[in-house]
Design a binder for this molecule. Structure first.
Ligand code: DAH
Length: 335
């Protein structure tokens, strides 16, 4: 009896070693431990045995049955672990390629055109100190301009930068003048979120410092940037603005492409989108970073990359951009 059982176990192991499909394993299982199996016959023969034999073979057969069942369940669970490798090669395959986020696309377009004009591309830090985000930009503590940018202050004494303008300061400190840099990045403001407001969005800062830099130079840079991104003439207007770190300050607006200038929620019904603020760098800002304002002048600007992407792709609700929704993202391709 003992020999018979051992042989049976060996055969099971042998057969199992050659199969990889669930159906084959189940067939072997039914052959060896199913109702009509040899093993089951052995179990049924227990009832005809003498009491002494029953005492010996009963526990033995039950132990071996458990062993066999374990063999099958191990084999089946191994199969589940590797199931994803067992695929039908004849099934049609849908190949999907990734796409770039619309903000990534416009950031690349803007940096590409700026690089061609000789700008160096830098990248700043998202966790910034008060000095670089505000003080060194001529926004001292208690300055009302701080209210324009609701700030997330961190427990470690730093803050989440509200603008990429702090990158100007880092660049001036590091490279002094002359200087021609841009710096794209993510900024944060404690805003209530709606179709045109996000608490996380993207800007790109630009700064040029040299002898004899004039505001016309800035307008021509901005124009080139817009032509590169929109590949068409866009209607713009320039109006005076206010920023503590530039004097004079300007706002370049673009006719809203979502509504064609008629007015919609995205442009707050004005027909215009504020796109590129900038101006001549305030002498205090140059001085604070160790640059002589008697010798050098400069301009700086900050483009809203998120808004630019919205205009380019006619995205009416800013919330799509941070949604991570693949169906939305699949629509964008680099041109
Ligand atoms: N940092 C400003 C903002 O987020 C935008 C800005 C204005 C940047 C004027 C500049 C500038 O460099 O000169 O609202």
């Amino acid at each position: 009896m003992q020999e018979k059982i051992n042989e049976l176990l060996k055969n099971v192991e042998k057969e199992l070693a050659t199969v990889t499909k669930e159906a084959d394993i189940l067939n072997i299982k039914s052959k060896y431990v199913g109702k009509k199996s040899e093993f089951n016959n052995l179990l049924s023969s227990l009832k005809d045995m003498s009491n002494e034999d029953k005492k010996i073979y009963g526990p033995l057969l039950n132990a071996k049955k458990k062993e066999l069942e374990q063999l099958f369940s191990d084999k089946l669970s191994n199969l589940n672990n590797t199931a994803n490798l067992d695929f039908d090669e004849t099934l049609p395959v849908k190949i999907t390629t990734g796409s770039l986020h619309p903000v990534t696309i416009v950031a690349k377009e803007v940096t590409d055109v700026l690089k061609r004009m000789g700008f160096t591309v830098l990248s700043g830090v998202e966790m910034e100190d008060d000095y670089h985000n505000f003080e060194a930009l001529n926004i001292p503590k208690d300055h009302p301009a701080r209210d324009m940018q609701d700030t997330y202050y961190l427990d470690n004494g730093l803050l989440l930068r509200t603008q990429t303008s702090g990158d100007q300061v880092h660049a001036m400190e590091k490279y002094q003048a002359p200087l021609k840099i841009c710096s794209p990045g993510r900024v944060f403001r404690n805003e209530d979120i709606d179709a045109s407001h996000e608490n996380t969005f993207f800007q790109i800062e630009g700064m040029v410092i040299d002898e004899n830099v004039k505001i016309e130079n800035m307008f021509s840079v901005m124009k080139s940037v817009l032509e590169e991104v929109f590949k068409q003439d866009v209607k713009i207007r320039v109006r005076p603005g206010f920023f503590p770190f530039t004097e004079p300050s300007f706002e370049m607006d673009m006719s809203c492409l979502i509504c064609g200038g008629k007015g919609c929620p995205t442009c707050k019904n004005s027909g215009w989108i504020e796109l590129i603020p900038g101006g001549m760098v305030h002498p205090n800002v140059l001085k604070m970073s160790g640059i002589d304002p008697q010798k050098y002048t400069g301009f700086a600007f900050g483009i809203g990359l998120t808004r630019l992407a919205m205009m380019k792709y006619k995205i009416s609700d800013i919330r799509y951009l941070n949604s991570g929704d693949i169906r939305f993202l699949e629509n964008f391709e680099i041109e």
